[in-house]
Design a binder for this molecule. Structure first.
Ligand SMILES: *Cc1c(COP(=O)(O)O)cnc(C)c1O
Length: 419
């Protein structure tokens, strides 16, 4: 459920007409609904109310500080994957006691930064990393809390690029090696093992892979408890899918009902790292049609947004619904490629899409773009990154202004010898 709906033939975000937003901030732009974000967070959090838990919003889905502040107000923590994300989380007021740090390649600087700010824990992915964390903690006279990320070797049945829990994946530690890693971790002086972590992939549309993976984690936690390692946190990662076209992913409540019985008796705090399910359908990318072009084999709708603004179609062949902002009656739907101005054949937002005929000047809404949209945007082709706006109670709040040409060259320098 989201708050982008037609009213009197025009697509609105909550009570605000998208055309009004286009007039105020121009196109392309990202538009987020405050109501949807809050509802999605509360539904997810509420589903797990019967067990002690922390929701750590996966910041890589959407890391705008205003969105993070909103999450912090709702009680969310953060799942971070870099020092930059830690900086953003702290700027937004997310308490360090609810921040968990994932990723296979944490640098020493990032580890130091996270220890200084006393985050809840590191999700550790290798023995090298474990030793690095222990070394940095020793240097600082601290003790690092860690969870080991287990690779449960479960096929989440999703796109290979967003599947992370298979044996051949770079993520996590295999179940076979897990005990040895836990032994190593327990032997380190400046490291305290407090949890087990897993994340098997993204855009999962079934409950079964979550259940299968958690069963493996629970078995491991029981073994560890038998060895005297007291595991206090079980982190099941993120990955719950959303409806982009006709997927019917489980509701958070259904996920909670399937998972809660498995861990209720363990007396652990459950950590979850949802990203897409909170932010995905809470945002759109609005774009304007520049030209239409009838090539011999194809019809193209050329819009002002491109792969640098939303890379998911190019990168994952991802499907995003594209809706006309003003409902039009222009005869039969047509089959087109919706493409951007970037000089790459891979620059498209939709391929062979049947939709109402679009004309230059029309506004289009690329739906479900609130997660992995702006955060994956780049300046490729020297295109300034687009603004982000948050709609709340009929008001338009610019939470990131459009970049300028000056922004594009900020930090660049011409060396003396070229002057
Ligand atoms: C990407 C990621 C998430 C979030 O995944 P979603 O599919 O957006 O819920 C959570 N945890 C880890 C470790 C991740 O890499």
């Amino acid at each position: 459920m989201h708050d982008f709906q037609y009213r009197d033939g025009e697509l609105h975000c909550e009570r605000v007409a998208l055309s009004r937003i286009a007039k105020e901030v121009g196109t392309p732009c990202y538009v987020y609904s405050h109501t949807t974000l809050v509802r999605h967070y509360r539904v997810f959090d509420g589903a797990f109310q019967s067990i002690p838990h922390i929701v750590a919003f996966a910041m890589k889905a959407n890391s705008n500080v205003a969105i993070l502040r909103l999450m912090a107000r709702e009680g969310s923590g953060a799942d971070i994957v870099s020092g930059g994300e830690l900086y953003r989380a702290l700027r937004a007021g997310i308490p360090p006691s609810k921040i968990v740090f994932a990723g296979v390649g944490k640098s020493w600087e990032e580890i130091r930064y996270a220890l200084e700010t006393d985050i809840l824990m590191f999700n550790v992915e290798s023995s090298d990393e474990l030793r690095a964390i222990d070394d940095v903690a020793a240097e600082m006279g601290r003790r690092a809390r860690v969870a080991l990320r287990i690779n449960p070797d479960i096929d989440p049945q999703t796109h290979p690029y967003i599947s992370t829990g298979l044996k051949k994946s770079k993520f996590g530690i295999s179940a076979a090696r897990a005990l040895d890693e836990f032994k190593l971790a327990s032997s380190l002086q400046h490291t305290e093992v407090v949890g087990v972590h897993k994340h098997i992939g993204s855009q999962l549309t079934e409950v079964a892979p979550f259940v299968d993976a958690l069963k493996k984690v629970v078995a491991l936690v029981e073994t560890l408890k038998g060895h005297g390692t007291d595991i206090r946190y079980i982190n099941i990662g993120g990955g719950l899918g959303i409806t982009y076209s006709d997927e019917t992913p489980p509701l958070p409540k259904e996920l909670a009902e399937a998972l809660s019985p498995l861990i209720r008796d363990l007396k652990c705090v459950l950590i979850m790292e949802p990203g897409r399910v909170i932010a995905g359908n809470a945002g759109i990318l609005m774009t304007r049609v520049l030209y239409t072009k009838e090539a011999e084999a194809k019809h193209f709708v050329i819009v002002d947004a491109a792969m640098n603004d939303l890379i998911r179609p190019s990168l994952y062949n991802a499907y995003h619904d594209i809706l006309p902002v003003r409902e039009v009656q222009r005869g039969n739907p047509v089959t087109v490629d919706v493409v951007g101005p970037v000089c790459e054949s891979g620059d498209f937002l939709a391929k062979d899409r049947t939709m109402p005929e679009a004309k230059p000047g029309d506004l289009l809404a690329v739906m479900s773009a609130g997660a992995y949209g702006f955060t994956m945007a780049s300046n490729y082709n020297s295109r300034p990154r687009v603004p982000e706006v948050l709609i709340r109670e009929g008001e338009i709040h610019v939470i990131r202004r459009r970049e300028t040409y000056d922004d594009l060259v900020r930090g660049e320098a011409i060396p003396e010898f070229l002057r």
